[in-house]
Design a binder for this molecule. Structure first.
Ligand SMILES: C[S@@+](CC[C@H](N)C(=O)[O-])C[C@H]1O[C@@H](n2cnc3c(N)ncnc32)[C@H](O)[C@@H]1O
Length: 294
């Protein structure tokens, strides 16, 4: 008997039901993303070919991807891409998958740079501390082509991914990549920065074990583990950022909303910052702290 031929529409509907039963988040979208990836088509084209049957080899590849997702692998690592700031970034298990909350940090960083430009600073120096896949540094470099952007990370593997993304978006030659533990990555050629932007690891060490397995077992621990209370790296950044900022330079930090008050106390105690603002995420929780040094 001839094996059954599945059309795109039937497969999406069947897989979405299966994902739902298995508790996979966004079941239909995930089915569509995996099928788009298998067929090398974008999602709109998928819709335009709803009645197209899959070949046996396409079906077999698709089933493998569905199996990986059901076992907990994040869809972005399976497809190898994640959209951030309407741009596509390559991601794999060497880097954290950029989160929507980080677009709040991005928005704030770009607005600070916009103000600098208006004030006549045409070539601001910016540091993306803990760049991961390079999303923040690449967006800044695209939006402010004259900015001098440094992208650093403690993970050489992450920097490899960041370089690929910079290349993909045509800004690799404009970025400076350095590897090291926070400020150790800055050699004598580093300028004082007008803006330091960072989405550091900020999950409390004590809470790592409670993260969903999808995150805990697949994303790099170094990108998540923020030490005791999740504040270890944040504290170090607040402590020493003034040494690396220009006069009246800015620090923009993403954090867990529960950490904002403590981070503010640290800023105030330091005595080097003259103003700060807490910025809410799309859920209305304080997610980003920006501060200006004296
Ligand atoms: C939460 S991820 C953020 C990645 C990326 N900036 C983003 O927003 O998607 C934190 C990044 O900081 C890096 N990191 C962790 N500890 C660090 C340290 N002590 N010095 C420099 N980078 C560090 C990790 O390797 C990881 O890439």
């Amino acid at each position: 008997m001839k094996p059954r031929q599945w059309t795109i529409k039937e497969l999406i509907e069947t897989t979405a039901r299966y994902f739902k039963e298995k508790g996979v988040e966004s079941p239909r979208l995930t089915a569509e993303l995996l099928l788009s990836h298998t067929l090398g088509l974008d999602r709109l084209t998928l819709y335009l070919h709803f009645d197209q049957p899959l070949t046996d080899s396409e079906l077999s590849r698709y089933r493998t991807l569905v199996g990986r997702r059901v076992k907990g692998e994040p869809v972005q690592y399976i497809t190898g891409v994640k959209e951030f700031w309407s741009m596509e970034f390559k991601v794999d298990p060497r880097v954290l998958i950029p989160r929507p909350e980080t677009e709040v940090l991005m928005e704030k960083a770009l607005s600070i740079l916009g103000e600098m430009l208006k004030a006549g600073k045409e070539r601001p120096a910016v540091l993306d501390l803990g760049t991961g896949c390079g999303a923040i540094a690449v967006v800044i470099s695209k939006e402010f082509p004259r900015a001098l952007v440094w992208a650093t990370d403690i993970s050489p593997d992450a920097l490899e991914v960041a370089k690929m993304n910079a290349h993909r978006h045509g800004v690799k030659e404009r970025l400076v990549f350095r590897c090291g533990d926070l400020w150790d990555a800055l050699d004598e050629s580093a300028p004082r920065f007008d803006l330091i932007v960072s989405n550091p690891p900020y999950v409390a060490h004590e809470e790592l074990a409670c993260l969903p397995p999808e995150i805990r077992e697949h994303e790099p621990t170094i990108a998540l583990d923020g030490g005791r209370n999740g504040l270890a790296v944040i504290e170090r950044i607040i402590q020493d950022a003034p040494l690396h900022l220009t006069k009246e330079g800015w620090l923009a930090l993403e954090m867990d909303p529960r950490q904002c008050d403590r981070a503010l106390e640290l800023l105030e105690a330091k005595g080097k910052y003259k103003g700060w603002e807490k910025v809410k995420d799309y859920q209305g929780r304080f997610r980003v702290l920006v501060a200006q040094v004296r």
